[in-house]
Design a protein around this ligand. Structure first.
Ligand SMILES: Cc1cc2nc3c(=O)[nH]c(=O)nc-3n(C[C@H](O)[C@H](O)[C@H](O)COP(=O)(O)OP(=O)(O)OC[C@H]3O[C@@H](n4cnc5c(N)ncnc54)[C@H](O)[C@@H]3O)c2cc1C
Length: 417
């Protein structure tokens, strides 16, 4: 069975977030008919993920002559070194992505708000002639052996050769499939505040050498700071008993920020968000002619910046498989086999790499037992001090290991070997 995508029955991508748009772009770049449906009236502008790892930049640079990756590089901030720190004692370990310079063109974390990528992709998709339907909320789904049809809440229907549900954590497509979303929700929420000030100028002496990405452990209140081109962002955990509305109160925001770095006056707050943190993975990533990708398929703690990156990897993996399944390059196309492989490989990565590592990172930040905390910090120090061990650590953290071990859209005969 091949993917018979046509102008009448294109691939329909539900959700114009970063994952849906990378999926649509990789298909359009290969000449496959594709359309995008987005529930919102316009591109969302809320501030969310802002880290792109080396493996992700490599994948994006391989599509469409690298035009999107080039623009991201021009607009983003390159952060080659990042820290694990202790809130009371300062630096624990510094990791230098420069150690990977012999295997990636991108030996840094590229810091760029995800909505900049969305903006760039919407423009590029327009240039490539991809239909973008805004105010089109997917509300119904039917499928048969030939394809699937999405209906939107305005009553329109979109016959499709295949439907990709990239409609985020509360995915309607996932719910319409009846797929479960197993996992846990952490008891604490995360508060992210973006500020205009340069945090490095204001932190206590113990953090005077703060890197632009720093994970700062503390048994009472850990802090994660990262810099983007527009601002510094500071993440705090909010205990379960604290009312989210109170945590967002301007006085409480200032108290938290000044508790970390007191600048002697109020901060200029550019943005603040509070959100529940989950570790959940859908029980299947495809069902017939419907596929899930990105947050619709898996959601994670942001510690390590892996959720969005893994979602983009889903998109590129799926794109390569669908292009083959459409018979591009002369083969007959094995849609069923490609989708089964997508399900196995990408669900495996979500469970064994992303969930495992982001959960461990989150636990480490909040560890309350002093003995375990000391053990964790000694292990981090030893890893960072040994170039071979640091390399293994950095390859895994930047998702290069997952890509090397599991492949991205690896051909079926290669996947079996
Ligand atoms: C406040 C916040 C902070 C975050 N910070 C981090 C971070 O620091 N690091 C990190 O790695 N991750 C972070 N994340 C997670 C990260 O933002 C997501 O992993 C990423 O957005 C996933 O992209 P996506 O395209 O799969 O989904 P989304 O970005 O959620 O996009 C889904 C799109 O689908 C649309 N949609 C929804 N329902 C429908 C429907 N029925 N029909 C049509 N369209 C629909 C939505 O409007 C949206 O445009 C954060 C998330 C939040 C909420």
């Amino acid at each position: 069975m091949s993917l018979a995508a046509s102008a009448d029955r294109p691939v329909t991508v539900v959700g114009a977030g970063p994952v849906g748009l990378v999926t649509a772009w990789s298909l359009a770049d290969a000449g496959l008919p594709v359309r995008v449906l987005e529930a919102d009236t316009v591109n969302r502008t809320d501030w969310r993920a802002s880290t792109f790892h080396a493996a992700t930049m490599e994948l994006l640079a391989g599509i469409d002559g690298g035009v999107v990756a080039d623009e991201m590089l021009a607009r983003g901030l390159r952060v080659p070194r990042y820290h694990y720190r202790d809130r009371r004692r300062g630096l624990v370990a510094e990791f230098d992505l420069g150690l990977l310079a012999d295997e990636t063109r991108f030996p840094f974390r590229l810091q760029l708000n995800q909505q900049r990528l969305v903006e760039i992709l919407l423009r590029r998709l327009q240039e490539l002639g991809v239909a973008q339907h805004f105010s089109a909320r997917a509300a119904g789904l039917d499928q048969d052996a030939q394809g699937a049809t999405v209906t939107t809440d305005d009553g329109a229907s979109y016959p499709s050769s295949l439907v990709v549900g990239a409609d985020g954590a509360a995915s309607a497509v996932r719910k319409l499939l009846g797929a479960s979303f197993e996992g846990v929700t952490y008891p604490q929420r995360f508060l992210i505040i973006s500020v205009a000030e340069d945090l490095r100028a204001e932190v206590p002496d113990v953090h005077a050498d703060l890197a632009e990405v720093s994970y700062i452990a503390d048994p009472d209140e850990f802090v994660f700071v990262l810099r983007t081109p527009e601002s510094w962002r500071v993440l705090f955990p909010i205990p379960p008993e604290e009312d989210p509305a109170e945590a967002l109160d301007p006085t409480a925001l200032q108290r938290r920020l000044r508790g970390f770095a007191d600048i002697g006056r109020d901060y200029g707050i550019l943005d603040r968000q509070i959100y529940a943190v989950h570790q959940r993975v859908a029980d299947r990533f495809h069902d017939g002619r419907v596929v899930l990708a990105g947050d619709a398929a898996h959601i994670n703690s942001p510690m390590g910046g892996m959720g969005l990156n893994a979602g983009i990897h889903d998109a590129v993996d799926l794109g390569r498989r669908l292009v083959r399944a459409a018979g591009a390059g002369g083969g007959a196309g094995d849609l069923r086999g490609e989708l089964a492989a997508y399900d196995t490989v990408r669900r495996g990565v979500a469970l064994d790499y992303v969930r495992a590592d982001t959960h461990r990172n989150t636990q480490m930040m909040a560890e309350r037992d002093p003995a375990v905390r000391a053990e964790n910090q000694a292990a981090l120090r030893a890893t960072a001090a040994d170039p071979a061990a640091a390399r293994v650590w950095l390859r895994r953290a930047s998702l290069l290991t997952a890509v090397a071990e599991q492949g991205i859209g690896r051909p079926l005969d290669a996947a079996a070997s």
